[in-house]
Write a protein that binds this ligand. Structure first.
Ligand SMILES: [Zn+2]
Length: 593
């Protein structure tokens, strides 16, 4: 296997990769935005349904035309933060996107005013395709500020919160760590050393955690300063925008409501016993009295060796989707064929994994650091689900209807993970193999539903502390982190002291407009477990239902999408269904004991 196969080809996103030509494209984007402003500024209030349709279609054509070039700059930088051209183009692109945002900020404001003064326009049949996207704008109207103020907020974020994010990203991706592996001293970038968290060698896992978090804790002053500013900034903006709670902005962005999320989080709190039951079972399987934090997602000891080459991973992931639906499998294969996936591990590359939609190309790009573990294969299946979502959504919807809130955005990805697990379970020849696969599944379920919920409680506790007049220094933040963590884990885990610094590396705490970034992951995981139960009940009849759910993009709310499947997501009863599916998997594991 050549390393080229593991590198993505970003040249498809632009007409020419010559930096001068990329810059020119960015300039045309801003110039076109200015033309839209000249034509529409101050006039949107007077538009009828037909006129509004013209504007919306113009906006969508901008996204299709220029989405590729801005994505190119962003991905180039994600792939190598140390490259000067990448750095400069990313900066140029961000500046252009910001300029465009400022130039067009009036559109949503004037459109909001138009909709507020005449809500019936939302129902006009001419605008049928844009109906839900207009409803979402209407919901945001009470929190919108003037054109000038909105521009100020964009400018403030670029040199404020975004600068914290950039610092955190640059810092993390350029760190190296010294660790002894099999008697050999090694120096590893962050993206590589975190691969050791799932190493079969318990002592190595422990040392990797100790080394990374000790180092992160050493710079607590930076991280505390950052989260303190980001949280205080958010509370201030909540006041200015008249959001009743720090979560409200996320409800609007995710197209959900308080009732739904309250039911979800309350189900989680009630089900911590179920999770702890699994953790104790896993301790038994590992021959331990109790799990330590570096065992939570570790593979079972004596688990059959599962190391995958890039080709093998491709085969597993593509087949998992093909077994569900031929066309979906074909698209997954196309992602490899066209080199839309970057799997190589290298210094300067962004850590973690993500998938970016390319609407203009009706496709997507995936970044991950592939070390050949089964976890990497699962991540690939996960990100591939996002890509499949993009393939379906970009074919069925206009760009305005592909602004998917994170709750639904994580559906294709989580469902894809389950398809892969199902495939691995069916191939498992021995009890040990079956246990290893189920543990992988339940580890991921536990992390996404429960560990992530701890992060929701943690974030809320930071706002509470500020509002009560407290000061978020490093130790205080660490205390809030461990309190939220213990609410989920109880006494089921022994923690390394340095794990109190775990919050420092979570990138979303530093990102602008990503407050309460976490609960949609919990939502999606449980939602998909419930969907999976339906799939098992209905078999092939379920396939078109999942396809239409993903193809709907953001044209319907999560509540509507649930309703079409016969669910009411505002009730705890619904969420308990997802939990019952989890219990079934835990029972399956118990049966192997
Ligand atoms: Zn995802």
């Amino acid at each position: 296997m050549s390393v080229e196969e593991m590198r993505w080809d970003l040249s498809q996103l632009v007409e020419s990769t010559d930096p001068a030509s990329v810059r020119q494209m960015l300039e045309s984007m801003v110039a076109e935005a200015e033309k839209i402003r000249e034509k529409y500024y101050g006039k949107i209030g007077g538009l009828g349904a037909e006129g509004l349709l013209g504007l919306l279609e113009l906006n969508d054509s901008m996204t299709l035309k220029y989405g590729g070039v801005t994505l190119y700059c962003r991905l180039l930088y994600s792939a190598n933060a140390l490259d000067d051209t990448a750095k400069q183009l990313n900066d140029a692109s961000r500046t252009s996107v910001m300029k465009m945002g400022q130039t067009l900020a009036f559109v949503e404001i004037e459109m909001g005013k138009l909709l507020a003064s005449d809500p019936s326009i939302v129902e006009d049949s001419v605008l049928a395709e844009y109906k839900h996207s207009l409803e979402r704008i209407l919901r945001n109207v009470p929190h919108m500020l003037s054109d000038k103020e909105e521009q100020l907020i964009l400018a403030k974020d670029k040199n404020g919160v975004y600068a914290w994010q950039q610092l955190q990203n640059d810092w993390l991706s350029t760190r190296t760590y010294e660790i002894e592996v099999e008697g050999e001293k090694k120096t590893m970038p962050y993206g590589e050393i975190i691969g050791l968290y799932q190493n079969p060698d318990r002592d190595l896992r422990m040392r990797a955690n100790q080394i990374v978090y000790e180092e992160l804790g050493r710079d607590e002053i930076i991280w505390a300063s950052a989260v303190r500013s980001v949280c205080a900034d958010h509370l201030q903006i909540c006041g200015i925008r008249d959001y009743p709670t720090p979560m409200t902005q996320s409800f609007i962005a995710n197209d959900v409501d308080q009732e739904t999320i309250d039911s979800l989080m309350s189900t989680i709190v009630k089900s911590t016993g179920l999770y702890q039951r699994y953790l104790r079972m896993k301790a038994g399987l590992m021959g331990l009295e109790k799990l330590a934090n570096y065992d939570i997602v570790a593979p079972l000891p004596n688990a059959p060796e599962m190391v995958y080459t890039w080709e093998e991973s491709r085969d597993e992931v593509v087949s998992a989707y093909s077994d569900f639906d031929q066309q979906l499998g074909g698209w997954a294969d196309e992602m490899f064929e066209r080199n839309h996936i970057d799997g190589e591990v290298r210094k300067g590359k962004r850590s973690g994994a993500f998938c970016s939609t390319w609407l203009g190309g009706k496709s997507a790009y995936i970044l991950q650091s592939f070390n050949g573990t089964v976890g990497n294969v699962r991540t690939q299946a996960h990100e591939m689900g996002h890509a499949i979502h993009a393939y379906l959504g970009s074919r069925a919807q206009k760009p305005s209807n592909y602004k998917i809130g994170s709750c639904i955005a994580e559906c294709g990805s989580n469902f894809g993970e389950l398809l892969l697990i199902e495939r691995l379970l069916s191939k498992a020849a021995t009890k040990k193999e079956k246990q290893a696969v189920l543990a992988t599944l339940l580890d991921s379920f536990g992390m996404t539903c429960f560990q992530v919920s701890a992060r929701v409680f943690f974030e809320q506790s930071m706002y509470d502390t500020i509002e009560e007049g407290g000061f978020l220094d490093g130790e205080t933040v660490a205390g809030l982190w461990t309190a939220a963590r213990d609410k989920i884990y109880g006494d089921a885990i022994d923690w390394l002291e340095v794990m109190k610094w775990e919050w420092t590396m979570k990138v979303h705490y530093y990102m602008p407009n990503r407050r309460f970034y976490n609960y949609p992951y919990v939502f999606a995981k449980l939602f998909v477990f419930a969907l999976y139960r339906l799939y098992k009940e209905q078999g092939e009849a379920f396939v078109p239902k999942l396809r239409s759910l993903l193809a709907a993009g953001s044209s319907k709310s999560p509540w509507e999408l649930g309703k079409e499947l016969g669910f009411d997501i505002r009730t705890e009863e619904f969420w308990e269904k997802g939990m019952m599916q989890a219990e079934e998997f835990i029972d399956m594991l118990e049966e192997t004991l």
